[in-house]
Design a protein around this ligand. Structure first.
Ligand SMILES: O=c1ccn([C@H]2C[C@H](O)[C@@H](COP(=O)(O)O)O2)c(=O)[nH]1
Length: 484
């Protein structure tokens, strides 16, 4: 059996006859090892995370001759404190479930932890080690090894609030949203019977969904039919769900419609007409706004509207001269799986209707801010199945960075990086000696994660070509040509 069984490359072996292991926490081994006498320890390693404690136990049990652990080095993330807590009998650390409690007890009872946390000076660690005379002495009759299963996390860590999702169409955005809520949504109860996963304040920006309902990106696998969404009628009206949002016609079986709130607020105000009038009188207006929350009716109501605010803006898109019509909406509560796409299509139709009223302006982005973006527990399985069938992560090379492009050129002894706008205008130039230095300089100007990863790889290639004295071997987007 190979020992150590895990992370062997990250551990330094000394004298198998010693019963001492040194845990350096976050302090680099290469700083400390030169000062130590390798006869005086069996093993030196780090402990960066709480998960590492399980691997430490596995290593000790796989060759049960280590009787003292010298715990020193910088305790950056509290992993050292967690280790001590475990030795003191607390159950605060989640250990790998395959390690039986009896095996954990065996280690705790037979291996002494020598607490010298935050001792970082190599000479001081060496001096302390010298005082710990502890030969290898078995504390168990045989080695114990346990199976190891990769973890499957139920929910991944993320910021408490705020997520930006960009997509060309409602269909594409819908799949991204489901993936995000299932992956990062916080589990919790609701006022309804089912539990949910929820992200707070998700801003979804849809840039290229057609405004004409006949051309919507609807797919037959969405949880509502194309027929129920409705269409534009020859008389200028709308049928189905579109009718409920764009017209004041009452709908059967619902206590209110968004259309009634938009078109006849408090029984009288046509807020869509008001938005159009406002933008017609002042194209730069920031006051073209409709509210759907009516305090007279909604405070304390059992069924208040989820869509609360709609704002329209006329503004040219970057690099363009003529204004487009942008629409931003706010939902206090959004059922991402069942309601989001139908809401999004109807709002795109509303955006198109306002643009048409304003003389046929082009559509800008539709921005939907969902305060509570959730998927109910009874839909988790169907939502996951939908992803399995239809969600393909985007090819990072095809994601367009609206903050521009970077061209890397070697000008020995420096690397130069030219920043261009999406329209090809040269904006600024950065110069530096290493990939790390340039990464730091350009990071604030990169708009997409995939673009940052790509540039990191290209910069590293440029640095290697420079270090090898072969600047000719570097061409951005091509492998290094070192053979010739
Ligand atoms: O246009 C709508 C109407 C309703 N809902 C969902 C959001 C919530 O899941 C539920 C309303 O529940 P409360 O937030 O009021 O508890 O309906 C939407 O997502 N969009």
């Amino acid at each position: 059996m190979a020992w150590p069984p895990f992370f062997a490359q990250s551990l330094s072996l000394g004298n198998p006859g010693s019963g001492v292991a040194i845990c350096l926490l976050w302090t680099p081994q290469e700083r400390v090892l030169p000062a130590l006498n390798p006869d005086e320890y069996a093993l030196v390693g780090n402990l960066y995370s709480r998960d590492g404690i399980s691997f430490m136990l596995r290593t000790l049990l796989a060759r049960p001759t280590i009787r003292t652990i010298l715990l020193c080095g910088k305790d950056m993330t509290g992993s050292g404190t967690a280790l001590l807590d475990l030795w003191e009998g607390q159950d605060a650390v989640r250990l790998h479930p395959e390690i039986p409690p009896a095996a954990v007890d065996l280690v705790r009872q037979n291996v002494t932890l020598h607490d010298a946390r935050d001792l970082v000076r190599p000479e001081e660690i060496a001096a302390l080690l010298h005082t710990l005379h502890c030969p290898a002495q078995p504390f168990a009759p045989a080695a114990q090894e346990f199976p190891y299963a990769e973890p499957v996390a139920a929910s991944l860590p993320a910021a408490a609030c705020g997520l930006l999702v960009r997509a060309a169409t409602v269909r594409e955005a819908y799949l991204h949203l489901i993936w995000n809520v299932l992956s990062f949504g916080v589990h919790g109860g609701t006022q309804h019977s089912s539990n949910q996963r929820e992200i707070l304040d998700v801003l979804t920006v849809v840039s290229a969904e057609p405004g004409d309902p006949a051309a919507f990106s609807h797919a037959e696998w969405m949880p509502f039919t194309r027929a129920s969404l409705g269409e534009r009628l020859p008389n200028g009206g709308y049928s189905g769900y579109l009718g409920q949002i764009l017209t004041a016609n009452p709908a059967e079986g619902v206590s209110y419609t968004y259309g009634a709130r938009l078109r006849t607020f408090d029984g009288q105000i046509d807020q869509v007409a008001a938005i159009c009038a406002d933008l017609r009188s002042a194209a730069t207006s920031r006051r073209a706004l409709a509210v759907l929350w009516n305090p007279h009716q909604d405070a304390g109501s059992a069924n208040p509207p989820c869509l609360n605010l709609v704002q329209a803006r006329l503004r040219p898109a970057p690099g363009e001269a003529t204004p487009r019509l942008f629409l931003t909406v706010y939902f206090r509560s959004h059922d991402i799986f069942r309601a989001w796409p139908a809401n999004a299509y109807a709002l795109r139709a509303l955006q198109a209707l306002i643009a048409e009223e304003l003389g046929g302006v082009e559509l800008g982005d539709l921005a939907i801010l969902s305060h509570s973006a959730h998927i109910y527990a009874h839909d988790w399985e169907a939502a996951a199945e939908l992803l399995a069938q239809h969600y393909r992560p985007q090819n990072p090379r095809l994601i367009h960075d609206q903050r521009g492009a970077f061209v890397i050129v070697l000008e020995p002894p420096v690397i130069s990086v030219r920043h261009y706008s999406p329209a090809g205008e040269h904006l600024q130039t950065f110069r530096g000696n290493s990939a790390r230095e340039l990464s730091r300089q350009i990071a604030p100007y990169i708009g997409e994660m995939s673009h940052a990863l790509y540039l990191g790889q290209e910069l590293q290639k440029a640095e290697i070509a420079l270090a090898l004295g072969r600047p000719d071997s570097f061409h951005q987007d091509r492998p290094l040509t070192l053979e010739s």
